[in-house]
Design a protein around this ligand. Sequence first.
Ligand code: UDP
Length: 453
Amino acid sequence: MSQYASRLGARRGRALGPFPKPQRLRLGAPRRPRRVAMLSVHTSPLHQPGTGDAGGMNVYIVELAKRLADINIEVEIFTRATTGALPPTVELAPGVLVRHIDAGPYEGLAKEELPAQLCAFTHGVMQAWAGHRPGHYDLVHSHYWLSGHVGWLAAERWGVPLVHAMHTMAKVKNAALAEGDTPEPAARVIGETQIVRAADRLIANTDGEAAELVHHYDADPGKVAVVHPGVNLDRFRPADGRAAARARLGLPEDALIPLFAGRIQPLKAPDVLLRAVAELLDRQPSLRSRVVVPVVGGPSGSGLAKPEGLQKLAARLGIADVVRFRPPVGQDRLADWYRAASVLVMPSHSESFGLVAIEAQASGTPVIAAAVGGLPVAVRDGVSGFLIDGHDPAGYAEALARFAADPELTPRMGAAAARHAQSFGWEASAAATADVYTAAIGERRRRLRSVHV
Ligand code: UDP
């Protein structure tokens, strides 16, 4: 009997009284799933991260899925088709398939409009599933609350566990909004609360995020597992060093280069970096000729409302001559930007982990980061960089001044940063995620067993 049928039997039996005795279930020792349905409704693992809706979650899904496939867990990633030209399926890597689901018009739908397309998306997922034998997917792993809602129904229908990762949470974001930024709507809070209740397991990036799930959403602590995200250590490594990377990017060899990389939106506070640079140059005007501030990434989220906002701010602050805006780049190129930088600056208001912080460190570059969310886990204060409390540009200017004053600080902290990053490989994240899957499957089997004895 399939898991689905046995589950149905159990449910009907409970609700309506005696039913024909279900066939004997074969419930062996907990095992790893063979195939996982991974859900990423609003953004595709095939999109370029660093702009729009594509960021750390996309990288997370790609890297996790590949490493799961390496340990014999096949992954099928369901995502919304955003152009008509996409084939129904794309093989991302051996054992990792991306399935494009038609749900709403291809273009012109903002993430905020996607709740109205969740039924259509779920329909597409169910259609894909209907083409397989029962038991095709052993588990659903949903990412972000929109996917959680689809996963909730799919997992229940298939009789398999739902493992969910929030990535970001409305209540956490709203508690740390940048000045004038738009709060997340109540509907998202309600949706997240429902998923916390429905999921068999919740994966949090850090202990802090686990505590937030319990505190803000009343999650059962026994359901929350902490799995640190990783970094691709083959791609992000010091390689041939800072001077060579600067030469490739056409950057001056002896410049002070504080780098911002990622989605440009108020939550990420790139404005704090620009204000800090302006403050530094006010204090030490002689530095101007040897400061370059690259901003690599594109507008995203509420930053889309003012796509030129940061450029205008640079002009207002009188530092347009030192800031270089660059569109998002592929990760191999991004690794060169990290290597070239004196320091990566991440003044975010909220950050569930902060992949760029760990990627920069793996590339041999220290980090100045706000002490929020996962960043105190990603950055070792005083060793691989500096953590700053709050968002006063003065604190960031002071930290930048230390790098300006001591040219040895970047290589010294950079070496420590590269060592620190070694403990964040995606292999470890995938192994820990597989353990969460096994635990969720085991628990479900125990529950089924108790119903059937
Ligand atoms: N990124 C990229 N190209 C860019 C800028 C960023 O590929 O030009 C990637 C970067 O490597 C990182 C991700 O975007 O993996 C951003 O992740 P992070 O956790 O820092 O922020 P999020 O987008 O999740 O808020």
